[in-house]
Design a binder for this molecule. Structure first.
Ligand code: PXG
Length: 309
């Protein structure tokens, strides 16, 4: 009996020690205690904003850019962040250090906060802020080696005049519906068109094509997030003498592209070799794609906000 109970307490300690620490409204709490009220409007109404950030070997990639986008998403929905950009950066670094993570996925979420039932954001006294840092789950290596196949789905991208896809808000159902439609058809990613039938982006990634040596991606006003990886790729293209343009694209343009790839914090740069069963180019990851994949990997090793464990 005694042995049993001491065994149990050892197990509990182990669980506690292996528990990730989460930043929650100014404190660090174990994952098992990182709880938010059922009256939080982030949960009741999807009223909030977020960012997904990555760190590579103790370098947080494009931290300033992510925090600027978070602030701007908040500003658009009239949600003032509870911390300044500098304080947020410190809180993120501290969370990474506490969890001793060199390579991490960082999720920063700001919600309208706890309030009463009813839409009115004035019912919420103060925003909730939490930061989760966790091990990054990588896409299978085969996606990068052989490329991905994607499918256009029926769910149309939100109208920018309704919920602007340029904002990273907690309202992700538009993307989730598209993801469900893709996975129901046994594809891992969905191509989303806007209400006019123009290519917008995928559910969590921006899309690029290469045609006659020119890299092209849809302008964000057609219903895409201004991806930070997208911008990094546009900058790298310039440096590698690959001309790059924002262009209105149709599925026809995609089907007849020489190369295609997706960009995003989680995916990095992943080649696309088939869209709606049409082979893109040779049906293998293209030369420019491979060059940009490698340039991007180098960039993540070189640049970022450094921290020590
Ligand atoms: N479009 C959408 C709709 C996104 O949500 C991107 C494009 C790529 O943007 P960045 O700035 O990351 O290059 C995103 C980003 C997740 C996860 O947990 C999703 C994203 C990023 C990180 C993690 O699914 N989406």
């Amino acid at each position: 009996m005694k042995q049993g109970s001491s065994k149990k307490s050892k197990m509990e300690t182990q669980t506690l020690h292996s528990d990730l620490e989460v930043y929650l409204n100014g404190s660090f709490v174990p994952k098992s205690e990182a709880k938010i009220s059922v009256f939080d409007h982030g949960l009741l109404y999807g009223d909030g904003v977020f960012e997904g950030i990555r760190s590579y070997n103790c370098l947080v990639f494009k931290l300033k850019e992510h925090l600027t986008r978070l602030k701007e998403s908040g500003h658009s929905i009239m949600l003032e962040l509870p911390l300044s950009t500098a304080q947020l950066a410190d809180a993120i670094i501290e969370t990474l250090k506490r969890n001793r993570l060199r390579d991490a996925y960082i999720r920063v979420v700001v919600t309208r906060g706890e309030g009463d039932l009813g839409l009115d954001p004035r019912l919420c006294r103060k925003p909730s802020l939490f930061i989760i840092t966790d091990k990054i789950v990588l896409y299978p290596e085969s996606y990068y080696r052989n490329g991905m196949e994607i499918i256009t789905v029926p769910t149309v991208r939100n109208l920018p005049e309704a919920i602007n896809p340029a904002l990273k808000t907690l309202n992700y159902l538009n993307n989730i519906m598209a993801k469900i439609e893709a996975t129901n058809s046994k594809y891992n990613e969905a191509l989303m068109l806007n209400h006019q039938g123009y290519v917008a982006e995928c559910t969590g990634d921006n899309i690029f094509i290469l045609k006659n040596g020119i890299l092209q991606t849809p302008p964000t006003y057609l219903g895409a997030l201004k991806g930070i990886t997208r911008q990094a790729i546009m900058d790298l293209a310039l440096r590698n003498d690959i001309p790059c343009q924002e262009r209105v694209l149709t599925r026809h343009d995609l089907f007849n592209a020489d190369e295609s790839f997706l960009t995003g914090t989680a995916a990095e740069v992943v080649p696309v070799v088939k869209i709606d069963s049409r082979c893109i180019g040779t049906g293998k990851p293209g030369k420019a794609t491979r060059k940009l994949m490698s340039a991007f990997r180098d960039l993540t090793k070189r640049e970022g906000t450094r921290y020590t464990l």
